[in-house]
Ligand binder design. Structure first.
Ligand code: BGC
Length: 740
């Protein structure tokens, strides 16, 4: 055993020296090293590299108890672990890997979705900031913390375009728009991986879930998907291609089937498109147990057939199902799977281990644990989390300018109503990494701290467990009432789909009762998805969508309530006005009977508008902005020419604020039906009162293209419209002609 390890070490030191130590690992060509290791491996050891186990510390899917894990590692039967978060345990596992015959280091992964220790807003909330640099920073901090724990790899970003708010996992993505999801995918990948993911202060990212998982019918998690090839290419593929182009290190496939084949066993998706047409060189990990779940899908009669389907379709690593480790050897020996196919997967995985520098130093990621306790580092991360929090809060309503609440009148008295005001756990949301409840600033604390001259009174209002209303005291002495309603942390996320996304009836009733006091009522709506609250809406003077904002939730909310931060966020997902509208999204396709509520036989409902309560791109500010009609530099363009659209935005109000000027397009006539409008650009402009700025957008014909009936990306000449405005529903347009 010692012999092999020594051979490898010597080989490597030769190669590493030859390659030049100063060069970042990712830029080196490790193919020789990978092959020399591969050549020394037995078939069992190769298959071991494809096997990923979960520690028994936490389960992120159906519980699969797995004992004697260290023994399996020593036997070379494991290539990677997920769900180990303690540095001391990680070291212990890596030591066991070093005792295996080949001494190949383990890869350690975790779902670091919106922070590791410092928890940031949930991804959907953060996407509302429309601040790409901010999203990159929060991912970078998550990576700094995760790698300080000793982790190499996060299962993020989730870049599934999400349109059905019943689906619990909408909280993990960037909402309903494909183009915006692609922008966010790129910055999140860059944030996690940095310029060079082989730097031990970064982690490898994972583009997931490949693909169309979010199209689960009726929003039921894990449900079947039935979409057209056109939707696949137009709606669901682009964020993955964008992540790939941004250099994402790994991909994860998805639980759903597509065209009748589960993604894990889908050759078209993994081999033909991802590894073939797109030339992806990294590896694909299955989702949790998704190989074995092909048995329940009933496309495989047993784990052996499932393993065969997955490996031949292009899936490289088996997350927890044990189908590979149990059956691949037989499949190779029986000539059903070629050893060459196994070698390809092993190469892809070994390459990442080389690139991460783990062969040179398997303990490379264990030198920074002290940072996790460093007060000044923590304070720095928390200030970014606070900034991310306040930039994610969407002001949905502000009647009579009830907000902001200024701390000037010494006599002001405020009631804070609802147990979510004092909840710490709920602010962390789902997928809270190693975030600790005790570190969370509650909304109550945040407000109390921000308003030192104000008298604050807490009123329970309702029971957090059963939602029963609790009798209210006399409210006449309060100047303002702020109430927190919405979802608890375990009401959105994986396996948390819902048939009813209305805010609980009792909570909505509470808002009504609070308003009967005649006092101004401010509602803080919390949750991991678009929610419906039409019953309470007329009774709340102001409404803020505050999602789950993480460790600094209370301070972030207080910053917005008090006007220390003027809200600037915009909705990345439409908020329905009625549950029956779901899925409701701004970029639905044109139909033969366009919506006209005045006329029968047109597209829509007889009992409700088709418009959402709050559309994609919507969000108010404490000031008022005026966006001018768009102007084009020309009226006709030829293919290849740039199209410049100019508008201006002016702050017409009394306070400084930030507006997100949005650009949408429409291809007036095309060879296939297309969305009524499509988001194609935005710019955030911060302006003092009275200040005005010109905003310029530049498009090329690529921005106007789409996948045609032959699945070719084309831009068809003809008339186009461009729109600018401050939401997908408040736009001014101009048109132009694009010629051959
Ligand atoms: C989820 C993935 C996650 C994995 C590992 C699965 O259930 O679908 O998104 O990365 O578990 O925790």
């Amino acid at each position: 055993m010692k012999h092999i390890v020594r051979v490898i070490t010597v080989l490597l030191s030769l190669f590493v020296t030859a390659a030049g130590l100063a060069q970042p690992y990712a830029q080196k060509d490790f193919s020789m090293e990978v092959d020399s290791v591969l050549n020394l491996m037995t078939l069992e050891e190769k298959i071991g590299q494809l096997n990923q186990l979960s520690s028994n510390e936490r389960f992120t899917g159906p519980v699969i108890q797995n004992t004697n894990q260290l023994e399996q590692v020593r036997e070379g039967k494991v290539g990677s672990f997920l769900n180990i978060t303690r540095p001391d345990i990680l070291v212990q596992y890596q030591e066991a890997a070093m005792q295996s015959r080949m001494g190949i280091p383990l890869l350690f992964a975790l779902d670091v979705i919106h922070g590791m220790k410092t928890i940031f807003p949930i991804p959907l909330g953060e996407a509302a900031s429309f601040d790409l640099a901010l999203m990159e920073s929060s991912a970078q901090i998550a990576a700094l913390e995760a790698s300080a724990y000793g982790l190499h790899w996060t299962f993020a970003p989730m870049i599934d375009v999400s349109r059905d708010a019943r689906w619990g996992r909408v909280m993990e993505g960037a909402g309903e728009d494909t183009w915006y999801n692609s922008q966010v995918a790129v910055v999140r990948v860059k944030g996690f991986q940095g310029e060079d993911y082989t730097d031990a202060k970064t982690v490898m990212a994972c583009a997931k879930h490949f693909v169309a998982y979010s199209a689960a019918i009726a929003g039921k998690d894990y449900n079947t998907v039935d979409i057209s090839r056109n939707s696949l290419w137009e709606v669901y593929f682009p964020p993955f291609k964008a992540a790939l182009d941004a250099g994402v290190a790994t991909f994860m496939n998805s639980f759903n089937d597509l065209d009748g084949m589960p993604a894990t066993g889908n050759k078209y998706l993994q081999t033909d498109i991802l590894k073939g047409k797109w030339n992806y060189q990294g590896f694909i990990v299955s989702d949790w147990n998704s190989i074995a779940e092909m048995i329940q899908h009933r496309v495989a009669e047993n784990p052996k057939v499932a393993a065969k389907l997955a490996i031949t379709a292009g899936n490289d690593m088996d997350m927890v199902s044990l189908a590979y480790i149990t059956h691949l050897k037989d499949l190779v020996e029986e000539g059903i799977v070629s050893e060459g196919r196994i070698d390809d997967s092993v190469r892809r995985i070994l390459l990442k281990k080389f690139e991460l520098g783990l062969f040179e130093d398997p303990y490379r990621y264990f030198s920074r644990t002290k940072e996790l306790e460093d007060e000044s580092i923590i304070a720095n991360y928390r200030s970014v989390a606070r900034d991310a929090g306040r930039k994610s809060i969407v002001l949905l309503k502000n009647e009579n300018k009830v907000l902001p609440i200024l701390d000037t009148k010494k006599s002001t008295s405020i009631a804070l109503v609802g147990p979510l005001m004092k909840s710490q756990r709920d602010m962390l949301g789902a997928w809270a990494g190693r975030g600790e409840t005790k570190d969370v600033v509650t909304v109550y604390e945040g407000i109390e701290h921000a308003l030192p001259n104000t008298k604050i009174t807490y009123i329970e209002g309702y029971n957090l467990e059963n939602n029963e209303l609790i009798a209210l005291p006399d409210l006449s002495k309060f100047d303002v009432i702020i109430v927190a309603v919405g979802e608890r942390h375990n009401e959105s996320g994986e396996a948390r789909s819902k048939v009813d996304i209305n805010i609980k009836a009792s909570q909505q009733e509470l808002v009504k009762r609070l308003k009967s006091s005649g006092k101004p009522v401010v509602a803080l709506v919390m949750g991991g998805r678009p929610v419906v609250f039409s019953e309470m809406e007329p009774f709340a003077d102001a409404i803020l969508m505050t999602w789950w904002l993480g460790t600094e939730a209370g301070n972030a909310i207080a910053d917005v309530l008090t006007g220390k931060y003027n809200p600037s966020a915009k909705l990345p997902m439409s908020f329905p006005g009625h549950l029956g509208q779901v899925p409701v999204y701004y970029n639905y396709k044109s139909t033969g009977r366009p919506w006209n509520p005045e006329r029968r036989y047109t597209f829509g409902y007889i009992d409700h508008t088709i418009l959402p309560a709050y559309p994609f791109g919507y969000g108010l500010s404490y000031t008022d902005f005026e966006i001018a009609a768009p102007v084009l530099d020309k009226g006709r363009y030829a293919m290849g020419e740039t199209i410049t659209i100019t508008t201006s935005v002016e702050n017409k109000g009394q306070v400084k604020g930030k507006e997100t000027v949005q650009l949408y397009i429409q291809d007036v006539v095309s060879s296939l039906t297309r969305p009524i409008i499509e988001f194609r650009g935005f710019e955030q402009v911060e302006l003092n009162p009275g200040e005005k700025r010109t905003v310029r957008f530049v498009l090329t014909d690529k921005d106007l293209g789409f996948y045609n009936a032959e699945t070719q990306f084309v831009t068809e000449p003809g008339e186009f419209k461009v729109f600018v405005g401050n939401s997908s529903q408040n736009l001014q347009e101009i048109s132009f002609v694009l010629s051959e």
